[in-house]
Write a protein that binds this ligand. Sequence first.
Ligand code: HEC
Ligand code: HEC
Length: 198
Amino acid sequence: MKTTVMKTRTWVLINIFGIALGLITVSGIVISSDDDTHEKRWGDNIFKQSRLDVAPVKNTFYNDECGACHFPYQPGLLPARSWQRLMGGLEAHFGENAELELPDAQQLTDYLVKYAADTSSYKRSRGISRSINKNDIPLRISETRYFRRKHHELSTKMVKGNPKVRSFSNCELCHTQAAEGFYNEHQVTIPGYSQWDD
Ligand code: HEC
Ligand code: HEC
């Protein structure tokens, strides 16, 4: 009698284990099929993805057009309403004319809105999104509350007054892996300052 119970229990446990394994495999396949928001090969990249701060840009048209004058900021760095407003005023874009043909502008707006901070599950995107009052429409990432909180220890001398940096808009100068979507404070250097330690 006792052994039958034991056997049944073992059998149940083995089955639970089997189902769990199955679920892990299925979720792996689901994750790996969603290639724009997640890394492709889950076995290799699931750990890397969990450390990513924002979804990296994989849109070459965006990279070319919006990376012509500065670092191509990931869509996950501002909410959709910010991108819409910014894209509606490209002819007067921070003192530059960045106007585009209407279909091109529309295509880029769709891309930006689709992967905007307020619909992304990435850590920094959520942080940025939450830090903006719902009636505010910031046009700069560097003016969001989240950004300011993360950079308040940096002096004017290190950024504006630093000829090797000049502006907070130049993310990639300090965040050496920004293009891949990493903004971690451990991957930061400040040009002209041999060591950044907080
Ligand atoms: C003709 C040059 C030019 C092009 C093309 C251009 N920009 Fe800019 N952009 C600028 C300048 C100049 C600034 C201000 C940089 C600074 O303050 O140091 C800027 C700033 C920005 C900022 C604010 C960065 C911050 O400080 O947080 C965003 C966001 C931005 N651009 C998005 C875009 C997008 C999206 C596109 C493509 C549709 C684009 N830009 C194309 C010149 C350009
Ligand atoms: C002058 C150098 C510099 C520039 C330019 C810069 N950052 Fe940073 N950033 C830093 C430093 C240094 C830290 C870490 C601050 C700390 O630990 O107190 C940081 C922190 C961050 C963090 C938080 C990381 C963490 O681990 O908490 C994010 C996100 C970030 N930066 C995004 C950006 C983005 C996006 C841009 C461009 C719009 C940008 N940064 C421009 C130097 C810079």
